[in-house]
Ligand binder design. Structure first.
Ligand code: ZN
Length: 174
């Protein structure tokens, strides 16, 4: 397993649409393990492959609480089949958007069809934190970020602030 670098905004890669995985093989299994390890290291609860620069429709999630046993989940080619009219609001952060939290209202319950790490098609009803996290991660696969829920002005302010703080080895001040 290896820890991968997480891409942060501003980035064109994060805006791209990921492509479906045709077959779950050794590389996909390794990628899932790397994503989980990278996510745990960063104290995140979800991570999509695009966030480490791989434009494939695969994401990992673990919404277990700190004192619970780890519950890693991997979703390949996830498709949302239904969304509830009921909504819930969470203050969402994103590993690709440092130090930024945004209140986002999303459907409370979703049903997702996906391929699991063994290549089997599964269906899952998700509620609460899992539902929100899954919708957030599936948005990543479609090139959508939480800041896209904001007005362009607010979004530009956040990106400007982050790019200022980004360590850029090519930037010099003389
Ligand atoms: Zn995110």
């Amino acid at each position: 397993m290896s820890i991968r670098d997480i891409i942060t905004v501003p980035s064109d890669t994060l805006k791209k649409i990921s492509t479906p995985i045709e077959k779950v093989g050794v590389n996909e299994k390794k990628l899932a393990r790397d994503l989980l390890e990278t996510m745990y290291k960063s104290n995140g609860i979800g991570l999509a492959a695009v966030q480490v620069g791989i434009l494939k429709r695969i994401l990992v999630i673990d919404v277990s609480s700190k004192d619970e046993k780890k519950k890693p989940m991997c979703f390949i080619n996830p498709v949302i089949k239904s969304l509830s009219e009921d909504t819930s609001i969470y203050e969402e952060g994103c590993l690709s958007i440092p130090d930024t939290f945004i209140e986002i209202e999303r459907p409370k319950i979703c049903t997702v069809e996906y391929v699991d790490i063994n290549g089997k098609i599964k269906n899952l009803d998700c509620d609460g934190l899992l539902s929100t996290c899954l919708q957030h991660e599936i948005n990543h696969l479609d090139g959508k970020l939480i800041i896209d829920h904001l007005s362009k002005l607010k979004r530009d302010i956040i990106i400007k602030k982050i790019s200022k703080n980004k360590k850029n080895p090519d930037r010099i001040l003389v």
